[in-house]
Design a protein around this ligand. Structure first.
Ligand code: KIV
Length: 272
């Protein structure tokens, strides 16, 4: 063993299973770069997700569909370089896990080897179960994702709450159990009724991580830019802003612009 090779200095899939068993809530947040990754894990985040929500918040698209393997790999590397403690999970973008098991395994391996991730997340169940079993067999921790799966935006025609009819709720519950059976280490429950999320959470031995799915999940995840108030145009019901980031940044930049225009910046102390 080399000097810096303490095998698991990070939170791992196993740690998160232990948290569920202890009843300790899991704190997850998205990150897309090294600086946010470092700040978020210093603040106590257990799991950093490089979400394909980067399509919206980083790339400025209206959906996650255009995100590519190259773009997600770049962001994953950035987060990995900024992080030492949290578990890093890379979200597999649309088109990189739907085609075949072979493709998916190769792409997931790239996230682990080139990106520095400790696991991948993929949206959906059903046809993906065999692929997920294969990923786990080769040593790749997989986070599942059911309920609202934003990569299906073109089927939904938007981002509606899922699981509101009995049939939909039964399907989500069945998918959750099947994903646990296939070996996922945790499961994102997005935008489903709180009572359905609570029921699923009680039945699973793996942790559920909720987003817009009520308080009874084993953990919560948010898009960091939502939590920090960076997106002013739109605030989903489930988002709580802990900072008015956009306003504060605008005010800071505008003060600096004013100082530049009036000659107050830079001073002689700020010059060489
Ligand atoms: O892409 C994303 O950011 C996500 C989460 C918010 C769960 O999938």
């Amino acid at each position: 063993m080399s000097a810096n090779s303490k095998p698991f200095p990070r939170v791992t899939a196993k740690t998160l299973l232990e948290y569920k068993a202890e009843g300790r809530k899991i704190v997850s947040l998205t990150a897309y770069d090294a600086i946010y990754a470092a700040i978020e894990e210093e603040a106590g985040v257990d799991l950093l997700l490089i979400g394909d929500s980067a399509g919206n918040v980083i790339a400025g698209h209206t959906t996650t569909i255009p995100m590519t393997m190259d773009a997600m790999l770049f962001l994953t590397r950035c987060v990995a370089r900024g992080s030492r403690k949290a578990m890093i999970v890379a979200d597999m973008p649309f088109g990189t896990f739907q085609v075949s098991t072979e493709d998916t395994v190769l792409n997931a391996i790239r996230f682990m080897k080139e990106g520095g991730a400790q696991g991948v997340k993929l949206e959906g169940a059903g046809y993906l179960l065999d692929t997920i079993r294969r990923l786990v067999e080769v040593g790749i921790p997989v986070m599942g994702h059911v309920g609202l799966t934003p990569q299906k935006v073109n089927i939904y025609g938007g981002f509606p709450v899922q699981g509101q009819t009995e049939r939909e709720a039964e399907q989500i519950e069945a998918d959750a159990k099947a994903l646990q059976g296939a070996g996922v280490f945790s499961l994102v429950l997005e935008k489903i009724p709180a009572n359905l999320a609570a029921k699923i959470t009680k039945q699973l031995s793996i942790p559920t991580i909720g987003i817009g799915s009520g308080p009874d999940c084993d953990g919560q995840i948010l898009v960091n830019y939502d939590l920090l108030g960076m997106i002013e145009k739109f605030k989903p019901k489930f988002v709580r802003r802990y900072l008015e980031g956009a306003r504060l940044i605008r005010e800071a930049v505008s003060k600096w612009a004013d100082d530049v225009r009036t000659g107050r910046y830079p001073t002689s102390e700020e010059s060489y």
